[in-house]
Design a protein around this ligand. Sequence first.
Ligand SMILES: Nc1nc2c(ncn2[C@@H]2O[C@H](COP(=O)(O)OP(=O)(O)OP(=O)(O)O)[C@@H](O)[C@H]2O)c(=O)[nH]1
Ligand SMILES: *[C@@H]1O[C@H](CO)[C@@H](O)[C@H](O)[C@H]1NC(C)=O
Ligand SMILES: [Mg+2]
Length: 420
Amino acid sequence: MATGNVRYARYILFAIFGIIVIYLISTSSLPTYTEPLRDSAGKYLGNLKGAHEETVTTTDASGDVITQITTGLAAEPTSPNPQYGTHGDLTSSGPSEKMNATFVTLARNTDLWEIARSIRQVEDRFNRNYHYDWVFLNDKPFDETFKKVTSSLVSGKTHYGEIKEEHWSFPSWIDQDKARKVREDMAQRKIIYGDSISYRHMCRFESGFFFRQPLMMNYEWYWRVEPSVELFCDVNYDPFKFMRDNKKKYSFVISLYEYVETIPTLWDSVKKFMKNHPEHIAKDNSLALISDDGGDTYNKCHFWSNFEIGNLEWLRSKQYVDFFEALDKDGGFFYERWGDAPVHSIGASLLLDKSEIHFFNDIAYYHVPFTHCPTGEETRLKLKCHCDPKNNFDWKGYSCTSRFFDLNKLEKPAGWEKEQ
Ligand SMILES: Nc1nc2c(ncn2[C@@H]2O[C@H](COP(=O)(O)OP(=O)(O)OP(=O)(O)O)[C@@H](O)[C@H]2O)c(=O)[nH]1
Ligand SMILES: *[C@@H]1O[C@H](CO)[C@@H](O)[C@H](O)[C@H]1NC(C)=O
Ligand SMILES: [Mg+2]
């Protein structure tokens, strides 16, 4: 009798063990993907369950069934070395602290596959954890393919806006003949985009109109993304939130000297504006960053505007709009080839306090032909960067970033001298 019971119990134990093994094999396969929950308007409501939630069932010594639920982080790291990276900021600033912010891209339908590459990287490195919206702007209607592909890549909501004619055309005060002669002359002198009309509309639009498009009026913060750019490191915190918390209004990753042929009289217009609107000039401005002689001449330093994270309310302020309109009246967008980068940069340097401009060392970035790869191996490893530090432009002779650090009395990251 006794031996029969023991055999019976052993039998049951084997059976339970077998079931557990089968169960573990079936649950240890890939974590299940859960569609993010959205309301009818497509607003992100969070995930149905943690992005990585596993249930493991085992038995204890007495044969009682124990159920353990292991819930992973809602945001998983891109590769399995969790000692670094996604914890701290991500868990403390989840969707509950979502900022009033959007990505913004100006593009043509033909830019689709180049912008798709940019979006994929921004999503992989940052936005898949944050789901910010993305506004696309175009001087022509976007086609169905463009909308379909970009919507499939963006984890937030996508919006598509067509720019109205007066934001993408010659203003009435521009002398068309004079503008044409300039283009012909620049074409002969082989100045890049010197003969292009559309490039000039683009620069004027980015200088004075993108931030007041109807779709952009819904947001307070923007992050500009262009086709064919790269992000080389994880962005494990919310830069919009960083900007707000640290009272920043404008930011950059790459700075350099402007090609003087495109802006011969820009500084004359700026000086006129400063004289006419002393009330708009910030007390603690960065004039010393862009002029080496107290404002007499421009040293051509500017922040590269193909990457920007900034505050839209600042661009919509009377100070900035007066500044843009003063420049626009002087006609240099068409009689020369003023770029939006020097225009934004001079605006930020004169109208903002210098503490309101931020350099993002930890956002690694490429737009042909320059790279910003964070100085400091610790940062690069921590953020899983894939850029070659040899390509970092920050401390090279043609970058203005060193000046920015000196003016703001910031300590340069360790090892910067070796990258000169
Ligand atoms: N809708 C539209 N977008 C444009 C046009 N021209 C340029 N863009 C966009 O404006 C931005 C800047 O144009 P780019 O051609 O990248 O100018 P760039 O960065 O100075 O020069 P690249 O070295 O060619 O990148 C990009 O986001 C372009 O997609 C245009 O005619 N129409
Ligand atoms: C976001 O900012 C815009 C522009 O300031 C404002 O009109 C809108 O009400 C804000 N939305 C939210 C949800 O705060
Ligand atoms: Mg570009």
